[in-house]
Structures are given as C-alpha cells and as structure tokens.
Write a new protein. Structure first.
Length: 255
C-alpha cells in the first residue's frame, strides 16, 4: 500500500545540482512524496504520464508484459534515477511498468512543471538529454551483446549489470548489495527459472561466484568480465564502466 508523506524542504541531488536555484522553491511546493512497498506498481504499463518521478531511496525494475505470466525487464532503477523517461514524448504513454523491488520513496512533480523546467533551464535540459541518450545507447548495446552470446555469458553479463546498478554491500566483500530474484534474472535473460539455476551453479563451480541462499557473492569479478570478453571484446567491458553523462555535463557547464 502506497503511503503519502508530508513534503520536506529537501530536493533530489540532480535537482539541487543541475536546476537553477530560482526554480527549486517551485519544485518543493509542487512535489508529492510517496512510499511504495516491495512489489507495488509505481507506474503502470499503458497508463498516461501525468508526473515525472525522482527516486529518493529504494530499487525498482522497468518491466513490460509479454503475456499473463511472462515479463521482460529492460532497466534497473536505483536511488538518484528518474522514472518516467521512456514515456516522455508526444503520446506520453508508459511502454512498461515501474515496479518496486524493495520499499521505495519517490518524489513526483506534475508534467506541466517538468516541461517548464526543461524549457527554462538549459543545464537541466542538457542533463536530461544525456540520460535519454545513455538509455538508448545501453538498449542498443544490450540487444547487440545478447544476440551473439551463449547463455552462460549472458548470465555473467547480467550479474555484472546487477552489480553496476546496485553495487556491493558495504563491509561485506563481494556480496551484491541487492541480488535480483532468480525469476527476475530469467526475465532479464529471456529464459526459464530452471536454466538460471543451472547456469548459476556452473558459475559457482568455476569459482566465479558463491551462492548464499538467495544472495550472490562475486568471488572473481575479473573472471566474469574475462568470460564475456573472450567472445565479445573490450567494447562490451567498456559499456559496464561508470556512467559518463555527468562528466559530459560538467564539461558543458564549464565551457
């Protein structure tokens, strides 16, 4: 059950960093803060985009329904990300659902205000444009990579993407801060739950990971990368590195 919270005077990092200070009071005045429980739908596939969401805390997945029992996960979302980007445009219809992987807190602002923020703040608009460009590049890279990979390589890449999205647990070497469920791994890979379980066991047998109940501990990150690189080259490894749009923005704003 979603819970509405009283608005605070704080703003997300990207608002504080990239939006003109003159606009921040308008953001604070118009924002709506909502807490979602694990498993709740934050934005539903096929619904109209009325607000843009900023993730304050928690983790989400962007998933589209293939049939009544099957979904395709296209993106993992974490604290600091924006939810609603893929619906932005002429039709303003969500092509996929945003679903909470953990308890989440989001701030929403009306689309009318968001449009004015983009139109009146060149630096914020540039930052948003870089986010969209990054998502398109990653989507194309993902399709290209998966088309030429064997299932074990796909799984290694997906584990590394899990790491890229949510990081390692603090003070617990190699343990993913948040391990996706085996069902979510199967949705990301486009395969069955049973195949995921078997391939995870193979990676564990190779001493690349260790399965700890539902969690995954990476024993040899370099080994996972090497497994992918054997067939797909260094370009794929580069795609797993840290995001670059912030650096690009800094170059733009300082010019």
């Amino acid at each position: 059950m979603k819970i509405k919270r009283k608005n605070s005077s704080t703003v997300p990092e990207i608002i504080g960093k990239y939006l003109d200070p003159v606009w921040r009071p308008l953001y604070i005045l118009n924002k709506q803060t909502i807490i979602y429980m694990k498993g709740e739908v934050v934005m539903a596939e096929g619904s109209r985009l009325e607000t843009m969401g900023f993730v304050i805390s928690g983790k989400l997945k962007i998933a589209s329904s293939l049939d009544d029992e099957t979904e395709h996960i296209s993106r993992l979302v974490k604290e600091g990300d924006i939810v609603g980007i893929r619906a932005y445009g002429n039709e303003m219809i969500f092509p996929a659902s945003a679903i909470a992987l953990s308890d989440c807190e989001l701030e929403f602002i009306p689309m009318g205000l968001f449009d004015k923020m983009l139109q009146s703040n060149s630096q914020f608009c540039y930052y948003f444009m870089m986010i969209v460009a990054k998502e398109l590049q990653e989507a194309e890279q993902h399709l290209r990579n998966f088309s030429r990979m064997e299932m074990l390589e796909r799984l290694a890449l997906t584990i590394l993407n899990n790491l890229k999205a949510f990081g390692y647990a603090k003070g617990n070497k190699g343990l993913l801060a948040f391990t996706l469920s085996r069902k979510d791994y199967s949705s990301l890979l486009g395969t069955t739950y049973e195949t995921v379980v078997r391939r995870l066991a193979e990676l564990e047998k190779q001493n690349l990971i260790r399965l700890e109940n539902k969690d995954i501990r990476i024993l040899k990150e370099a080994g996972l990368r090497k497994l992918i690189k054997k067939r797909n080259g260094s370009a794929l490894i580069d795609s797993l590195k840290q995001q670059t749009y912030t650096a690009n923005y800094e170059r733009f704003s300082n010019s």
